[in-house]
Ligand binder design. Structure first.
Ligand code: FMN
Length: 218
C-alpha cells in the first residue's frame, strides 16, 4: 500500500538485455514470413506467452477499446483470433469490422503491429478451431455470457464447473457464439528496439501492386 509508484517506475528499464539487430534490407517482400520468423525467434528466446496479443477495436462511436487475446494462426488469409460474437469486442466488431493487434516480445525488444479489416470465419471452421483446442478452452467457451455483468463469484464457479463437466463428457459440444475472426492486414509494422534508441521500424503497406515497404522514424 505504501508503494511509491513513480519511484518504482523510474527504477525500471527497457531494452536492458542484449538485443538482436535487424537489417531491414534483408526483409522479405511479404510480412508473413518475417512475422513467422520473429515468432519462432521469440519462442526460441524463451519469451513467455509470445502468442498473446493486444486486440484493439472501436465501438459504434469510434471510441477505442483493447484487451488481450490469443493468436490462433497467421496465413495468407490473415491473423486469426477467437472469441464470443456476443462479447463486447464481438459487438464492436459487428458495428466496425476493423481492428489492430499489438505483440510485444521484450526478450528481444520486438514489437509487431497489425491492422486491417476483420472477417468472420464460417461457423463450421470456428467450431473446428475450438474443438481442436484444450478441454479448458472448450469449458471457458461453454461458460459463455462473456462481458455481461456477473452477480457473484459463486455463480461463476457453478457455471464453470458445469461447463468443465460438459466439456469433458462432450468434447464436440457446440458453442454457437464462439467465432474465429481474421484480420487481413492493410499494414504490418516490425519494430526492433535498440539500446541506443536507434530503433528500426519497418512498415509493410498493402497496395494494388502488392506490399510496399518503408522505414519509419522511431
Ligand atoms: C493471456 C490472455 C489471453 C486471453 N485470450 C482470450 C481469447 O483468446 N479470447 C477471448 O475471448 N478472451 C481472451 N482473454 C480475455 C480477454 O482479455 C477479455 O477479458 C475478454 O475477451 C472480454 O473482452 P471484451 O469484454 O472486450 O469482449 C484473454 C486474456 C488474457 C489475459
Amino acid at each position: 500500500m505504501g508503494t511509491d509508484l513513480h519511484e518504482l517506475l523510474r527504477s525500471l528499464r527497457v531494452w536492458d538485455v542484449a538485443l538482436p539487430s535487424f537489417d531491414p534490407t534483408t526483409a522479405p517482400a511479404d510480412p508473413l514470413p518475417l512475422f513467422t520468423a520473429w515468432f519462432a525467434e521469440a519462442v526460441a528466446a524463451g519469451q513467455t506467452e509470445p502468442h498473446t496479443m493486444s486486440l484493439a477495436t472501436s465501438d459504434e462511436e469510434g471510441r477505442p477499446d483493447v484487451r488481450t487475446v490469443m493468436l490462433h494462426g497467421a496465413d495468407a488469409d490473415g491473423w486469426a483470433f477467437a472469441t464470443h460474437a456476443t462479447s463486447r469486442k464481438g459487438r464492436q466488431l459487428a458495428a466496425r469490422p476493423y481492428a489492430a493487434l499489438g505483440f510485444y516480445w521484450p526478450a528481444q525488444g520486438r514489437q509487431v503491429r497489425v491492422r486491417g479489416p476483420v472477417t468472420l470465419a464460417p461457423s463450421e471452421e470456428s467450431a473446428a478451431d475450438l474443438h481442436a483446442r484444450s478441454t479448458g478452452a472448450l469449458a471457458a467457451a461453454l461458460t459463455g455470457r462473456q462481458s455481461q455483468v456477473l452477480g457473484s463469484l459463486e455463480e461463476l464457479a457453478r457455471e464453470s464447473e458445469a461447463a468443465w463437466q460438459r466439456a469433458g463428457r462432450e468434447p464436440d459440444a457446440p458453442v454457437p457464439t464462439w467465432t474465429l475472426y481474421r484480420i487481413r492486414p492493410d499494414e504490418v509494422e516490425f519494430f526492433q528496439g535498440d539500446a541506443r534508441r536507434q530503433h528500426v521500424r519497418l512498415n509493410y503497406r498493402r497496395t494494388e501492386e502488392g506490399w510496399a515497404k518503408e522505414l519509419l522514424w522511431p
